[in-house]
Write a protein that binds this ligand. Structure first.
Ligand code: UDP
Length: 237
């Protein structure tokens, strides 16, 4: 099977791991996601995964409710560790060899993120789950994903969502919304599209890291993207 990318980083939002009520962790959603990742790994692609935490807490929303922003962001990063552990369990149930590397030290439950260690795991064929985003408040896991993708030399950043690409407005609110097959980083930023945060996009722009935004709820889509099928929206130069 021909693969367009040898190594990828997949960003999964917390929402993808939540149940139908949009909150918490659904073991069903975990298992479905894990299966998709393992299917791609079995075709030979090297995979790093970054988990979001928005299904448990988002710093910006918690701040709006009165919580100190730094405390809220720290909680968000820990939420992403919880998702990472759940996904690790799901991946292991599918027979995959995985490691969780956390940007916030939490040694009893995950290895610390050390780039060289991540590289060794990847070279050994393990699926590496990067937890706790960048390890800093005021960032998001999208930016963490862009950072890790660059650190490990991934050929693409895959953003698996519940929507089939980038639209010029929210397709769930505006039925006439137009989907892009391709969009430049510049236009993405100019239009202030909120599928991915601007810090992540501009980091990818500076380092010319391509992004593909695609619907992760459709079985087989991750593999299709890796095989070069035009699915979702490609963000690039
Ligand atoms: N977060 C942070 N620094 C990071 C990554 C995440 O402070 O480098 C916090 C932030 O509060 C964020 C929350 O963790 O809202 C959950 O991450 P994110 O919103 O990216 O999750 P997603 O929307 O992808 O589920």
């Amino acid at each position: 099977m021909k693969l367009v990318y040898k190594r990828v980083v997949l960003k999964i939002s917390g929402q993808r791991l939540a149940g139908d009520d949009g909150f918490g962790i659904s073991t069903q959603a975990i298992q479905r996601t894990a299966q998709e990742i393992v299917e791609a790994r079995e075709q030979g692609v090297e995979v790093g995964v970054v988990c979001g935490g928005g299904n448990i807490i988002r710093g910006i929303s918690a701040e709006a409710e009165g919580l100190n922003r730094v405390a809220a962001d720290s909680m968000g990063m820990l939420a992403s560790v919880m998702n990472a552990l759940a996904l690790q369990d799901g991946l292991e149930k599918c027979g995959a060899d995985t490691r969780v590397l956390s940007a916030v030290e939490i040694k009893q439950v995950a290895e610390p993120h050390i780039r060289r260690r991540a590289m060794r795991h990847i070279e050994k064929g393990r699926i590496v789950i990067f937890a706790a985003g960048t390890g800093n408040p005021f960032f998001t896991t999208d930016t963490g994903a862009a950072l890790r993708a660059m650190e490990i030399g991934a050929g693409v950043l895959l953003k698996g969502t519940r929507v089939d690409g980038v639209y010029d407005s929210d397709p769930e609110k505006f039925p006439g919304a137009k989907r892009y097959d391709r969009i430049t980083y510049r236009e993405f930023l100019h239009r202030n599209l909120d599928v991915m945060d601007a810090t992540a996009i501009s980091l990818c722009q500076t380092h010319k890291l391509p992004i593909v935004v695609f619907d992760m709820t459709v079985p087989g889509n991750m593999l299709r993207v890796i095989q070069g099928e035009t699915i979702g929206t490609a963000v690039g130069v």
